[in-house]
Write a protein that binds this ligand. Structure first.
Ligand code: G
Ligand code: G
Ligand code: MN
Length: 536
């Protein structure tokens, strides 16, 4: 079964075509989410850094302002000035005086001096940093003290990174890049591997993926500060899931439409052999019958089987598909199909008229192939017909193929089938060639019948053809008879049979059966009681 793998491959292709937009939309959605989270992660790091830079700026500006006036530390004037500095410094909790690692007073007033111990870190700019100091606030809260030239800024590490409070799972740290162990000024989050604190260039930023996190680093250009934020993968996933609800149905819709479109294109544009095989398989080929009448009595004595191809929109012309099938060496498939349809239709014609015949068009390929003989035996077996009930029609061209053709034609005639030359006069054989052919019937092409009773230059040719056929003792069928004068002319010249619109157009088998029946009942024959079957 050559169709099986083809169907499998088509299914695979259809699935691939369907999945492509679905996966592409999923991929685009995921990239969109990744880019958004990356931008967010970086912007959080940048705003935290900006806040730290502000604090450092305010610290050094405050220290400079105090140094200029040279007041005695913790004097009322000194404290008043510090309060002004404090009010102007948005990022600090308070400012104060630190001498010899001891906080002497703050902008909020003089209290007991608080020993800060050794600074945890001294930055490149000379800022001493004391981490997590309890400065007696209520409730107790660890604060960081940044001091330079006796002036200190007190900051709340938990507020340094409060830009992140709306994203609770994001981890972050502010750290001092120059310090040997990259000391953190503030940290948010439990999981915080030290390899996130990477050295990067001053004033630069970067984002990396590490341990299921999207890690963004920014380092200050001016200050010895850097901020790292780490967004867990789950944030990207959550965003993706939200977006997928929107993206995926569109992707699935596009995929389905796309697959449908490609399938339609494939059906419209698939190669001829594929189309023909499919047409045979799904029963798109059918047969109509054009009556052949006996001119003297106008009785329907036979019919020519003409194949038709019912396509989705309109019938396809045999003038197109017969030559195509011949070119693709597939015409024998059509003949086989026509024979099997005729074998199905013929019994009911024969039940009305046992001497009825059906003419079937054979092509050159059929007549070169000895298997045609076996096919005809099979035809007789299936249909229960006699060889006289079938006429084999072939064009001049098919007759002149070579010795194999003659062998098959002779064998067919020996079996009792009659053989007709079709479209006679349109081919390249001369009239004299006719006598060398093994034949029973000659079908005069309708182009000659058209010239009957006209003054056309070829109007005499039909007479020569008729004379020639008579002298060779051939039966004659005139094709394309459209008018009564043509019929009269032909009957006068001794033409026995005719076919054409004047007697009947190609028709369904049911209708043909009715015609045979009505002719039979008009004669003496006993007509079976059963009605004709409507096949189509
Ligand atoms: O009636 P219609 O227009 O279909 O005929 C067009 C042409 O197709 C004719 O030349 C006729 O001989 C050819 N044709 C019709 N049916 C068959 C067939 O079953 N086999 C072959 N080989 N030719 C056919
Ligand atoms: O097999 P053949 O080439 O003879 O095919 C007959 C063709 O002629 C078919 O296409 C059929 O529909 C067409 N035909 C049959 N009778 C007439 C007729 O009276 N006039 C015209 N113009 N065409 C006809
Ligand atoms: Mn024909």
């Amino acid at each position: 079964m050559p169709n099986q793998p083809r169907t499998g491959i088509r299914l695979l292709i259809a699935i691939a075509i369907f999945l492509t937009p679905v996966l592409a939309s999923a991929y685009l959605a995921w990239r969109e989410c990744y880019a958004t989270e990356k931008a967010l992660s970086l912007s959080y790091a940048q705003s935290a850094l900006r806040r730290m830079e502000e604090t450092s700026g305010q610290l050094t500006a405050g220290a400079r302002a105090l140094a200029l006036v040279n007041l005695s530390p913790c004097s009322p004037e000194d404290i008043r000035l510090m309060r002004e500095i404090d009010l102007a410094s948005s990022a600090v909790k308070a400012v104060g005086r630190v001498v010899d690692d001891t906080l002497l007073c703050t902008s909020q007033g003089v209290a007991n001096p608080i020993s800060l111990g050794r600074p945890d870190l001294v930055t490149r700019q000379g800022i001493s940093i004391y981490f997590n100091k309890d400065l007696g606030g209520q409730p107790p809260h660890p604060l960081n003290v940044l001091a330079i030239n006796g002036f200190a800024a007190i900051i709340d590490p938990s507020q340094t990174l409060d830009v992140l409070t709306e994203r609770p799972k994001v981890e972050a740290a502010v750290f001092v890049p120059s310090s040997t162990n990259r000391l953190r000024i503030a940290t948010v989050g439990q999981y915080f591997p030290s390899n996130w604190l990477r050295p990067i260039g001053k004033g630069t930023h970067t984002t990396i993926q590490s341990g299921g996190y999207l890690v963004s680093l920014v380092r200050s250009r001016m200050w010895d500060l850097a901020v790292v934020t780490a967004t867990p993968q789950s944030y990207i996933d959550r965003r993706f899931n939200r977006l997928a609800v929107l993206f995926l149905p569109i992707g699935i819709l596009c995929g389905a439409l796309f697959a449908l479109l490609v399938n339609m294109l494939y059906r419209v544009q698939s190669p001829f052999p594929t189309m023909l095989r499919r047409a045979i398989k799904d029963g798109s080929l059918y047969v109509v019958y054009q009556p052949v009448v006996e001119l003297a009595t106008r009785r329907v004595v036979g019919a020519e089987a003409l194949v038709r191809w019912r396509s989705r929109h309109a019938d396809m012309r045999p003038d197109y598909f017969i030559p195509q099938a011949e070119r693709h060496n597939m015409i024998q498939l059509i003949t086989k199909q026509v024979l099997s349809i005729v074998a199905r239709d013929l019994p009911q014609f024969l039940s009305m008229d046992p001497n009825f015949f059906v003419a079937v068009n054979f092509s050159a390929a059929d007549l070169c192939d000895k298997r045609t003989l076996a096919a005809m035996d099979e035809f007789l077996r299936v249909s229960g017909a006699r060889p006289e009930n079938i006429e084999v029609e072939a064009t001049e061209r098919a007759f002149l193929q070579g010795p194999e053709t003659s062998e098959v034609i002779d064998a067919l005639r020996a079996k009792g089938f009659s053989v007709a030359i079709d479209d006679f006069g349109t081919g390249y054989s001369s009239l004299s060639c006719l006598q060398s052919l093994s034949l029973d019937t000659l079908k005069i092409d309708r182009s000659f019948v058209d010239t009957i009773n006209t003054d056309g230059a070829t109007s005499q040719v039909v007479l020569h053809i008729i004379d020639m056929a008579h002298s060779l003792d051939l039966d004659i069928v005139a094709e394309g008879v459209e008018t009564e004068p043509q019929a009269q002319y032909l009957v006068k010249r001794g033409v026995q049979y005719a076919q054409g619109w004047h007697f009947g157009r190609p028709m369904d088998p049911g209708l043909l059966c009715e015609q045979i029946r009505s002719h039979a009942s008009a004669g003496k024959e006993s007509v079976p009681a059963q009605a004709c079957l409507r096949v189509h």
